[in-house]
Design a protein around this ligand. Structure first.
Ligand SMILES: [Zn+2]
Length: 476
């Protein structure tokens, strides 16, 4: 079965597409630019949703739902916002067979429609903070499709909050950044660099955009999520005002933040190998695949009995699937569960039954070890925890080995080409240097780290005195 996947070394782009389609995470659709998320991909998304949703609720957010369509005039109220999104808008001009009086935009993001409602709902400081989240689909027109990474329609969550003070909005922006980073590191097992986006890379309409950036195995960065402090940019144009304690009127301070189905692409690129997906146990829809092995009828009945006992002892503790299909060989099943990224496989044959054990095989390193039936209900969760840790540590080691000092500009260009990864550099802060680097190397400033801004030296591009430390990389 591994033959159906092009090796990553040979062609990383082809490898990615092969893994996504052959593992049945997603498929191309008849609509150009749009993908179909298949049951395995959707089950993974549901686990991501479930975990994040619980975290949002723990921090006081509530879910709501707003319309798919946005009146065109709404988008034009915030100048930077409309300029940023115009090239990728889908516009509805006809409805019910008639030309519409006002054209409708299919939401690329929902700040404008949501804040038009906030202006109706927020009256006084008692209505604040207002902490909402929406799980939805959005549309941003794309010319080139890459499943999960770049599609015209994708699924995401967008948080939208309103606060009485600038400080509260800033705290919320950072709280969500922390929440995202913790989720991505502890559950997706991907280490991230966190920081602020440059003016050029920030969200259209934001005061500041905070982000987390992960490194993929091909040396390219992937933006895993963003949290924006919107200041009063939107509240002023949508007239979202509140009466403060002293009776005066003030505009609210706002934040918005989101992660999307792109996270699934990040897990494929960050952990997968030439056998297929490697899913971290915390999110894997199936954590353990139990594959029975038998030849004779007598063995079959013994093995089936043992399968039932193991199911009983592990049931409720781990997400286990016993693969009882009779028309397929054990070898075929092993390959299939490896392709689908199931973290742990338990093989159970007549010899295992005789010794009252199962043979456990980790997806991470494919090492085999016997596990006695006695204590299996504790041992399997332990093995899953060690796989989760192992996946993270491997990704962390790779990431850390691939953060390089930029050196001189020619050295940077050479290493970017030959090695990839993150490059730590000093930048003078000028938009021109940033643009020239992007134009000449296709690398962008991924983030300005929040800590360690005490170095001084020459700007990577122009050589003039610089004091902003940045991470550069080519990115998805
Ligand atoms: Zn410069």
């Amino acid at each position: 079965m591994s033959k159906v996947i092009t090796s990553r070394k040979e062609d990383p782009a082809r490898w990615y597409t092969d893994v996504v389609t052959r593992s049945e995470l997603a498929d191309y659709s008849p609509v150009k630019g749009c993908m179909v998320i298949r049951p395995l991909g959707y089950a993974l998304w549901e686990r991501i949703q479930g975990s994040l949703d619980a975290r949002f609720k723990e921090t006081g957010h509530q879910n709501a739902y707003f319309p798919l369509f946005i009146p065109e005039s709404f988008l034009h109220r915030e100048k930077a916002h409309v300029e940023g999104f115009s090239p990728e808008l889908a516009v509805v001009t006809i409805g019910g067979g008639k030309e519409l009086e006002e054209r409708l935009i299919v939401r690329p993001t929902s700040e404008t429609i949501i804040y038009s409602m906030f202006s109706k709902w927020i009256r006084s400081y008692r209505d604040l903070p207002l902490l909402l989240n929406q799980w939805a689909n959005v549309v941003r027109w794309e010319m080139r499709t890459r499943l999960f990474l770049r599609t015209t329609e994708f699924l995401w969550q967008e948080g939208h909050t309103a606060h009485a003070t600038e400080q509260e909005a800033e705290e919320e922006t950072l709280r969500i950044l922390d929440l995202y980073c913790d989720f991505v590191e502890s559950e997706m097992a991907l280490p991230v660099l966190r920081g602020i986006k440059s003016e050029q890379e920030k969200f259209a309409g934001a005061l500041r955009t905070y982000c987390m950036e992960a490194l993929m195995q091909d040396g390219r960065a992937l933006q895993a999520g963003t949290s924006h402090n919107l200041g009063q940019n939107f509240s002023k144009v949508f007239d979202v005002k509140f009466q403060n304690r002293e009776g005066g009127m003030e505009y609210v301070w706002q934040t918005s933040w989101g992660v999307s189905t792109r996270l699934i692409g990040a897990m494929v690129l960050g952990h997968g190998d030439d056998q297929g997906l490697i899913l971290p146990p915390a999110l894997a829809p199936t954590q353990v695949a139990l594959v029975p092995i038998w030849k004779t009828e007598e063995e079959k009945s013994q093995v089936r009995e043992a399968v039932a006992a193991i199911r009983n002892s592990l049931g409720g503790r781990v997400r286990l699937h016993a693969d009882m299909r009779e028309e397929l060989s054990p070898g075929f099943k092993f390959n299939e569960w490896e392709l689908k990224g199931v973290p742990l496989r338990l093989e159970l044959g007549p010899r295992d039954v005789a010794q009252r054990q199962v043979t456990a095989v980790s997806r991470l390193d494919r090492k085999k070890q016997p596990v006695p039936w006695d204590g299996l209900e504790n041992r399997v969760p332990e093995l899953l925890a060690s796989i989760q840790k192992g996946i993270y540590e491997r990704a962390l080691k790779f990431r850390d080995e691939n953060i390089r000092p930029s050196g001189s500009y020619p050295e940077f260009k050479e290493q970017l080409e030959s090695l990839g990864g993150f490059f730590e550099a000093l930048w003078c802060g000028s938009r021109q240097c940033e643009s020239m680097i992007k134009e000449e190397t296709k690398a962008t400033i991924r983030c300005i780290p929040l800590q360690g801004q005490d170095r001084r030296g020459p700007c990577l591009y122009c050589g003039s005195p610089a004091e902003t430390r940045v991470y550069l990389a080519r990115a998805y």
